[in-house]
Ligand binder design. Structure first.
Ligand code: SAM
Length: 288
């Protein structure tokens, strides 16, 4: 089968199947072989690896992954693409295509199929659900070695940034709790068909064996983080007291902040992961 990592072969297969790209599924297909090689290289794929690809599209990146990996499992939501994938991947016997929504797929069952060994996730993600996908992967508890993904540049910046930046928020903290984020490549819009209206960046998130902070209750930590950033212009005490699920009062938050030597009017944007961990454990002791 012809290499799809270029404009000519991609447009030919799209024409052959009269495939119409669906904006609602975030369909921007890669047409640059150099970028594809770079992504697969950055993901450090070997024959020992089982790769989970989210959204194979017409199978462009899947071809590159199948050349390098022992096995590739690709999950595609758009059933119109399945006959195309049957053709473009017919040469590869180490690829399984599943038709479904990655947010509904039983990831634990997939990992079990791989003998419980950590999966490597590689994807040119649909931008409309980047954050939910990344959060679902981390929160699933499924063994993962790394997640190497193309995302909107703005999202890549949010993943990497620290306190004080306008981009800092719940995504930054969640990513940095679970993994080490690194930018692999900035990718111009001309590498896609059709061209997206935003800039793109490939990031590799290498999962930590153990998170950099220890907390009594991970779910409570993330509930505290989300509540702290929900109402950006409010103080932390207000944000947390207004969050229905937490069950803490404004007075309790203020007491804890005082114990931590912090002003009552402090904002979540200034908190490091370590400080959120301490706040979470102290609040948990009050509500338990
Ligand atoms: N991997 C291909 C490439 O690089 O050319 C296509 C990438 S395109 C940006 C995103 C792909 O994800 C599309 O094929 C789209 O149909 C698929 N997709 C969108 N939402 C999905 C979901 N919830 N679950 C699985 N696949 C999804």
């Amino acid at each position: 089968m012809a290499d799809l990592g270029n404009y000519t072969n991609t447009s030919e297969i799209l024409r052959k199947y009269q495939f119409r790209m669906q904006k609602k599924y975030g369909q921007n297909f890669l047409i640059d072989g150099n970028i594809l090689t770079k992504i697969v290289g950055a993901a450090q794929i070997t024959e020992e690896d089982c790769v989970l690809e989210i959204g194979p599209g017409i199978g462009t990146m899947t071809q590159y992954l199948a050349e390098a990996a022992g096995r590739v499992i690709a999950v595609e939501i758009d059933r119109e693409l399945i006959p195309i994938l049957e053709e473009t991947l017919s040469f590869y016997h180490n690829v399984t295509v599943l038709c479904g929504d990655i947010l509904k797929v039983d990831l634990t069952a997939l990992a079990e199929e791989n003998g419980g060994r950590p999966l490597k996730v590689v994807a040119n993600l649909p931008y409309y659900i980047t954050t939910p996908i990344i959060m679902a992967l981390f929160e699933s508890g499924v063994p993962l070695a790394s997640i190497t993904v193309m995302v909107q540049s703005e999202v890549a910046d949010r993943m990497q940034t620290g306190p004080g930046s306008k981009d800092y928020g719940a995504l930054s903290l969640a990513v940095q709790y679970y993994a080490k984020p690194e930018v692999v490549a900035r990718v111009p819009a001309s590498c896609f068909l059709p061209r997206p209206n935003v800039d793109s960046t490939v990031v590799r998130l290498t999962k930590y064996g153990k998170p950099p902070v220890e907390v009594e209750d991970e779910a409570f930590l993330f509930a505290v983080i989300r509540a702290s950033f929900n109402q950006r212009r409010k103080t932390l005490a207000n944000g947390l007291a207004n969050a229905s699920g937490l069950g803490v009062s404004r007075g309790q938050v203020e007491t804890v902040l005082e114990e931590m030597g912090l002003p009552r009017m402090v904002r979540g944007e200034t908190f490091t992961l370590e400080r959120f961990a301490e706040l979470s454990d102290r609040l948990l002791r009050l509500v338990k």
